[in-house]
Design a protein around this ligand. Structure first.
Ligand code: ZN
Length: 363
């Protein structure tokens, strides 16, 4: 991001791109582009915010990829329920006569989503694991009755235990798409194994353990032009899968570690339980001050949070606190205490969890 202006080939300045992307998130109007180039915001794997650019041609290619690898082509008319924190005209471009695309804004309540899903009866459901778990709970409670033919988990790490639970409730394979600012990296085969898209990506492995079982992928995207991705190292910890029953030559992924987050749970002013997805906290913190380059937020009690921020700016902690309180207040949650820590506890454990719910363990 520091070299964004010189790296991109479409003469777009980072400042300009950020302004457009942030404004479209705030107004929840996701149509603006710059010179026909789609601009999107992503928190990126390093936790700091990133901007991605996609030209019309790259967008068309992305659509083809999503159709081919994620949704699967079909001449049947299908409706897709897509849960996102922010829509993007990138996603909107998947729309066609055969595909009806329905954006589910994560800012809305779970009850609202359930009502809408019951009416819509989507043929394809796309959501992050934490939302899929919520929906699975609703199915078990007989509040939600849907029969999607395909379920795709995105944005967060799908843990093995969640995968098993979701597979049982939805009675089908849970598919995954591994995508970030740096590109569309991997998608699942018919056996539910993630395979890197090595037909247009070069994946180099930087091993991080002696046993050479875990690595950071260094990616080169052979397709991207407006924002070239060349030998870019991700912080994600990948466990390689030796082989897959599907017989694909594309490298399989056993697990993605280190991007696991938790949902934080609070009580609102009416004493109702409110669950807030980690992504909202992540965004609140990183958007509060762009000098923050590392952070952690741990919920220790229902009304107590511990916040760690690393930055060169003395005011960063205060700015992040205010952004978090604003997010909580928007959800009618008040009187949450945020205390500062100078140590990033999340780095101690094996898993890097920047947003962490520690409440359940103490209960
Ligand atoms: Zn496979």
């Amino acid at each position: 991001m520091a070299n964004f202006d010189s790296i991109n080939t479409v003469n777009i300045k980072l400042e300009e791109a950020l302004a457009v992307a942030i404004k479209s998130e705030e107004n929840r109007d996701f149509s603006p582009t710059i010179k026909g180039i789609t601009v999107g915001l992503s928190s990126g794997t390093s936790g700091n915010r990133g901007v991605f650019l996609a030209s019309e041609k790259e967008r068309a290619y992305w659509v083809a990829l999503v159709l081919d690898r994620v949704l699967g082509f079909s001449l049947k008319k299908r409706s897709i329920a897509f849960f996102l924190r922010a829509n993007s005209n990138l996603y909107d471009s998947v729309k066609s006569k055969l595909l009806a695309f329905h954006f589910f804004d994560l800012l809305n309540s779970i009850d609202f989503h359930i009502k809408r899903l019951n009416t819509l009866q989507p043929s394809i459901l796309v959501a992050q694991p934490s939302m899929l778990l919520e929906l699975a709970n609703a199915i078990e409670a007989n509040k939600l009755v849907i029969n999607p033919i395909k379920i795709i988990s995105v944005a967060e790490v799908l843990t093995q235990e969640d995968k098993v639970y979701l597979t049982n409730v939805f009675k089908q394979t849970i598919h995954q798409a591994y995508q970030c600012t740096e590109g569309f990296l991997a998608s699942t085969c018919e056996y539910g194994t993630l395979h890197f898209n090595e037909d247009f990506l070069i994946i180099e492995k930087k091993y991080i353990d002696k046993e050479q079982s875990r690595f950071h992928p260094i990616i080169t995207d052979l397709r991207r032009r407006s924002q070239p991705i060349i030998r870019y190292e991700l912080n994600d910890i990948i466990q390689e899968k030796a082989s897959c029953l599907c017989g694909s030559k594309l490298m399989g992924i056993e697990a993605i570690e280190g991007r696991s987050d938790d949902i934080l749970i609070f009580r609102n002013i009416e004493n109702q339980e409110v669950k807030i997805f980690p992504d909202f906290f992540r965004r609140a913190i990183i958007l509060s001050d762009n000098t923050i380059n590392d952070y952690a937020l741990i919920q220790t009690e229902p009304h107590r949070l511990i916040l760690y921020t690393k930055s060169e700016n003395q005011e960063s902690f205060q700015m992040a606190c205010e952004a978090i309180q604003e997010l909580l207040n928007k959800n009618n949650i008040f009187k949450v205490e945020i205390s500062q820590t100078n140590h990033n506890h999340t780095l101690k454990g094996q898993k890097l969890r920047r947003i962490k719910n520690d409440v359940r363990k103490t209960n």
